[in-house]
Design a protein around this ligand. Sequence first.
Ligand SMILES: [Zn+2]
Length: 305
Amino acid sequence: MAITMFSHPSCYQHLAGDDHPEQPARLSAINDQLIRSGMEYIVQQRDATAATKDAVYRAHSNLYVDEIFVKTPGEGHIWLDPDTQMMKHSLNAALHAAGAGINAVDLVMQEPNQQAFCSVRPPGHHATRGEAMGFCIFNNIAIAALHALEQHKLERIAIVDFDVHHGNGTEDIFAGDERVLFCSSFQFPLYPNTGDTPLGNNIENLPLPALCKPALWREQIVKHWLPRINHFKPQLILVSAGFDGHREDDMAQFLLTEDDYQWIAQQLKQLADTHCDGRLVATLEGGYALSALGRSVVAFLKGLI
Ligand SMILES: [Zn+2]
């Protein structure tokens, strides 16, 4: 049993804007809680490498990727969408955030019973095939999944997304791709106001109301996700781990606590043990209340152990 955490200094250099909630302090908050909990001795920390352009092309249109490379400003910032800014360090951060997922897949595919967590930013799950959205430039989890499918010749991957926002970008990229089962739980209605009607048979969406309590969230997961994933028999489980459904996070109105993130990690680990020789890779998506984010990531990691 081993958990490896991938990150990179460049992920601290991307600035999303003044007073922006998607800030470098998020990664520091995770590290602080890791040290405080004593978990830093259990979790191996590694530097990620940057994703190649070819790896990014797997999930995004060539046109979009080329545009991002060309648009990178030398100074100041540009807006990719009303929520998503890019400055001179953003491309490097985005490539390392995507690269971490690839490194993590390579690691867990080397030998059984390995799990990895990518503590990276910018996040990825809102980025569609052809557009940046909602703080996301490249879709890190989709790039990791496509790397696993194409380089490791896997045939079935489950992607589980428990961020409080719908993983619309991941759904856009994988809708109708039967190699991937995509499960997303989210508050609805809420940004990006998608997901109430799934775009393919391989999509298992759980739109849930504001003020969703832990009991309802867990009940829905037990009822809808666990049987579907068991039936699908994935060879690898990938997790879009967003912690903005925490009750202290004012980005949304879910009432989850760190106990729920520990619980979901236990459920996913059990599925990984049953179907994938324990192989699981999680990558950070949302989570903006700094203390709650740090505690929740630690709880999630504890759930994997
Ligand atoms: Zn979110």
